[in-house]
Design a protein around this ligand. Structure first.
Ligand code: FMN
Length: 213
């Protein structure tokens, strides 16, 4: 069936073409501050289900979701990841230390990283580890798409989120075995969810990256 493009693509949020989907895309932010309120199970399941609707190479749907909602456990894993990350920094040379710290600052929004009580999961009430098994060359991309679906779905129903790349270092901690993730699987990313307690500024988007051929 042929579809017709009714309206040109929105160029910004003030555009008359900005519909609810586009608005959600523009308004999603990486949120790193949450109120102390659990997220309802049905809400979590709705968000995971939106993730399942993502496209995947050869329709493999390689993702698996491990949902953590126990505050104490989240803190324990966060601490363990922090220690491993720090050990990693100590082991490396000066150049690498600077690079790693820069990386952390980039990931976690500035110097606050070092002061925060939970610099990895930002005190969020829900952490979802997303894994895949085996070695599909596309799994990483599939999971990126899945994660974005989840974060947009979350935003559209009033739940804030942040992708947490640091989460994959949990595989290098002693606590990892407690998650009971089968050896064939690897964590690609975690998504944290919760009722947000901040409205971060929009980062300027680079605009010099489109070439018409
Ligand atoms: C693959 C990936 C990994 C990320 N890892 C972290 C992380 O470990 N900790 C964190 O606080 N933010 C993390 N972020 C969030 C980015 O820092 C954030 O998306 C970026 O600064 C742009 O901000 P915005 O999402 O509000 O537009 C990650 C983002 C992506 C896409």
């Amino acid at each position: 069936m042929e579809t017709t493009l009714k309206k040109p693509v929105a160029r910004n949020l003030n555009s008359v073409y900005a519909n609810n989907t586009i608005k959600t895309i523009y308004e999603r932010r990486a949120v790193r501050k949450y109120i102390d309120k659990p997220v309802e199970k049905e809400v979590i399941e709705q968000i995971v289900d939106a993730g399942r609707m993502a496209p995947s190479a050869i329709n493999r749907q390689p993702w698996k979701f491990y949902v953590l909602t126990d505050k104490k456990e989240i803190k324990t894993y966060s601490k363990a990841i922090g220690v491993v990350a720090l050990k990693g920094i100590m082991k490396t040379g000066v150049k690498s230390i600077v690079k790693t710290i820069k990386g952390f600052l980039h990931f976690s929004h500035g110097i606050e990283f070092f002061k925060a009580p939970d610099p990895v999961f930002h005190n969020a009430p829900v952490v979802i580890f997303i894994t895949s098994a085996g070695k599909s060359e596309w799994a990483q991309l599939d999971i990126g798409m899945c994660a974005q679906n989840m974060m947009l779905a979350a935003k559209s129903i009033g739940i804030s989120s942040c992708p947490i790349g640091l989460a994959k270092f949990i595989e290098n901690t002693e606590e990892y075995s407690k998650l009971n993730i089968p050896a064939a699987e690897h964590i690609h990313l975690a998504i944290i969810l919760g009722y947000g307690d901040e409205n971060p500024e929009v980062h300027e988007r680079k605009k010099n990256n489109i070439v018409y051929l």
